[in-house]
Write a protein that binds this ligand. Sequence first.
Ligand code: SAH
Length: 398
Amino acid sequence: MRWHRNRSHPGRPEILDLRHFTGILRYLVASACSYNEDMQRRSLTITGSRLGVLDVPEATWRTWLSERGELPMRIKQIRRWILARRAESFEVMTDVPAALRRDLADRFDPLASRISAHRQARDGTHKLLLTLSDGRSVECVLIQEDRRRTACISTQVGCGMGCVFCASGLNGLERNLTAGEILEQLVRLRNLLPTDERLTHIVVMGMGEPLANLDALLVALKEAGDRQGLGIGARHITISTVGLPSKIRQLAEAGKEYQLAVSLHAPNDPLRTRIVPTNDRIGLQEVLSAADEYFRITGRQVTYEYVLLGGINDYPSHARQLAGLLRGRKAHVNLIPFNEVAGLPYRRPGDAALAHFVALLRQAGISVKVRKRKGSEIEAACGQLRRQLLSAVPAAEG
Ligand code: SAH
């Protein structure tokens, strides 16, 4: 791999160039793989391998239950045990007949994932590395702040978007998560809380590009909203996207009041394309007009995320240009000082550069917040823990 050097500032790291070319290719290859895997997963269902309860298709349940002379209402009962009553085994489902519980245990897993690492930070942040039924792994995080209990969840194993500073995409996309696997992260995180507490918010800001797996995400979030289950309302759910315009429109048409966060990261096309390679074939204006439409259709103000990479996109000229771009839009900016990723040459902005950037945006009348750092000692940023643990066991990365 080769790194560009910044000619005007020789000591300063620049952007990895190969990614521009390999990102799209990797995405196409990985999408094909993930399609294959979806097909395999479907055939697993048919051939009778074990599945997690939250991933059992309705038709499979009905057949399986009717073969045992049971009514379809059992599906709801069993799912409720897991989603509302925190069951992690069939044994505890005491209002399900014992023989059926034994049959269930022979055929299904209450939860398909296994917790392969659990880290807790002093600020109350928990991070879980979950191993999925095919041996792949994803991360999810529980953030506790005042009375908020926020779950940060993943939608894909790896990521195909290739943002140059992000740990999740360093090895490309492996596959989409199923709706059950997305939902299961919420269950696993909620089960860490005392029984009198519940999850209050979801941020879809873990590994992967949520809008590249929108159908599964929508199924999972609908289930998360069920008042008899996790009961997390759409207004408390934020979906963060790299900015895929047609999918933003599809999300707007879904008729839900999800909060949309768009990862902008640069105020002009050349810089954005260097940081966010997917910008090359989309462009800032397209992303912004899809976001405008999201606001028009849903009435929900859009948040723009901006990762600050010291010496790259944190100059006063960038702040002014960003303000110009968002002027006249009802928008909020979330500045995220870069969380260092081992092996990547980027760094956080200095305190003075950060303060100046914030001040310039505020002067221009833009609503802006700097994202607080949570759980930094447990590698809480996207894809970091997984990367660290997988690189400790090279064989697992295949
Ligand atoms: N694919 C989605 C979700 C990514 S995670 C998206 O692009 O929005 C949520 C946010 O964290 C994104 O804005 C992402 O760019 C940012 N992020 C990823 N890695 C980061 C890091 N190491 N430091 C700071 N922010 C990071």
